[in-house]
Structures are given as C-alpha cells and as structure tokens.
Design a protein around this ligand. Sequence first.
Ligand SMILES: NC(=O)c1ccc[n+]([C@@H]2O[C@H](COP(=O)([O-])OP(=O)(O)OC[C@H]3O[C@@H](n4cnc5c(N)ncnc54)[C@H](OP(=O)(O)O)[C@@H]3O)[C@@H](O)[C@H]2O)c1
Length: 289
Amino acid sequence: MTDRPDTPDAAAAGTFDLDGETTVNRLGFGAMRLCGDDIIGAPDDEENAREVARRAVEFGVDFVDTADSYGPGTSERLLREAGVVGDAVIATKAGLLREAGGEWLPHGDPDYVRNQVLVSKDRLGVDTIDLYQFHRPDPDTPFADSVTAFAELKDEGHVEHVGLSNVTVEQLDEAREQVAVATVQNQYNVANREDGALLRACEDVGIGFVPWFPLAAGDLGGVADALDAVAVAHDATRRQVALAWLLAHSDVTIPIPGTASVEHLRENVAAASLSLSDEEVARLTEAGE
Ligand SMILES: NC(=O)c1ccc[n+]([C@@H]2O[C@H](COP(=O)([O-])OP(=O)(O)OC[C@H]3O[C@@H](n4cnc5c(N)ncnc54)[C@H](OP(=O)(O)O)[C@@H]3O)[C@@H](O)[C@H]2O)c1
C-alpha cells in the first residue's frame, strides 16, 4: 500500500470508547485462530501463536477477542503466556461448551457462567475481566437469566464491561434493561450484512459493534471483483479493502480479523491506514447488497 507506514499501526483506524470509558483502537485481533484444527486444543507451533499475539500488540492492537471455548482454554492460555494480557483489552466470552468432535454447544446456565468467569480470570491471570461477552443465547435457558449472571458479575467487580454475541435487536433491548452493554459481536462483513439492523441499533446508542468473520475467512465471494478493483487503485489487497470498508461503513465497528500468521497479521493491521473514498465505500456497499 503506497504512502503508508512500513510498520502497521492499528491506531490509524481511530478509537472507540467501550461504555464511554475504555478507549481501544478500532482495528482489533481475533485470537480464536491461534488454536489447533477445528479450534480444539493447541496448534502445532505454540510459540508461533504467542508470537502472533505479541506482534499484534506491537502493531498497536489493543483489543483482542477470545473465549473460554476456544480450545477450550487454549486461546486464553496462549494470550497470557504471550504476555499481552496487560497491554490490550482482552474481550473473552462464556456461554458455549465444546466437545471433542468439535461441536459448539450453547450453555447459558447462570451457575455455569459464574463458574467460567473464575476459570477465565485464573487462566488470563487477571483480577477483573476487561470485557465479558455472552457468547450465544441458549435455547434451554431464559435469555434474561443468562444476562442476569453477567450483570451480577459486573456489579461484583469480576468484569469491567459486558458484551453480547450472536443476538437479535430484541435480545439487545432486553439485555439493556438489566446491564450496560458495551459491545455486540455478530457475524458481519462486506459480503454478509444480514445483521445490518443490529449495527444500526448499536450506532443509535453508542455500543461497539464487533463484526466477527470480517474477512469471511477469505471467501468474499460475490464482492471479490469489486474489492479487487478498489484494491488495485490503492496498491492494497482484497482483504485490506474488506477491513477498510468495515471501518468506513460505521463509526462503531471494531473488526477483529483472525490469523495464526504474522504476515497475514501485518497485512490485516495495515488496513487501518487505508482510506477509502466515499465513492469507493458506496460502490462496495452496493456490491455486497
Ligand atoms: N462470537 C462468535 O460467535 C465468533 C465466531 C467466530 C469467530 N469469532 C471471533 O472473530 C474472529 C474473526 O473471525 P474468524 O477468524 O472466524 O474469521 P476471519 O477473520 O474473517 O478470517 C480468518 C481466516 O482467514 C485467514 N486469513 C486472515 N487474514 C488473512 C490474510 N491476510 N490473508 C490470507 N488469509 C487470511 C485466516 O487464516 P490464517 O491463519 O492462515 O491467516 C483464517 O483462516 C475470530 O478469531 C474470533 O475471535 C467470534
């Protein structure tokens, strides 16, 4: 990318204030991909995973997404071992179980959530979790009961901020009756904007919107040609343009591209310095509709 710094700098993406209090750079990092295959267990090269986390922070990333269920436990452990926990806001989650075959099983039982916060605090080595996200509503537990557990954990000082993930606008409204919601994390990218109404709801009240799958794991399908055309004009890559679009599309987005590669990390964070014109943003928005 011409006219941009050699060392990527996440700060170039601008900042967002979680709950109006905790300021983070808007280009974050998703630490799910640090785990082994199927997000089960450790990767073959653990030191590489720790190095990716360290380099993310070196590149100015100060918002790192993880979850107790990534591994389970592995992603949180690697972040602590990498030494990045004090240098970045760590956004972890509870509410999903794993089993050895790779299934993700919703489990929003309040007692379980209260147990998991202690596990995550110990694994991360912190007294307070920076941002604790309810990973996914559980059909077998009333949503309000799960949210009550998160609200209590905030009141009791176990967690600083509360977030939601994989929710509807209605569930966001319901949760806000009990607790301040700092972030909402749902699947969203230039090629998949099904949760546009949720993004707008977050914009209306200043909640951070954390789009997971921001690169569609590289499969940006129908929008690929439009992304490539913009990328050529900026001497950038398709993925960088996809991230720059997410940043330009709304002031409350905090993309968390995931990778286990330092080179891919470098490419992704460099997207923070990529400025798209209003016309380019509009063209990409239209291409993804
Ligand atoms: N709340 C939820 O339910 C939920 C669900 C899924 C994910 N998440 C979070 O969201 C984060 C991001 O989502 P995601 O990791 O699924 O999807 P993503 O960020 O869209 O894509 C990650 C995938 O793309 C590849 N990739 C990344 N950068 C690349 C680059 N510059 N060039 C080529 N390939 C690249 C990665 O492989 P390499 O390792 O080879 O780079 C990885 O397989 C996760 O890490 C996790 O923290 C949350």
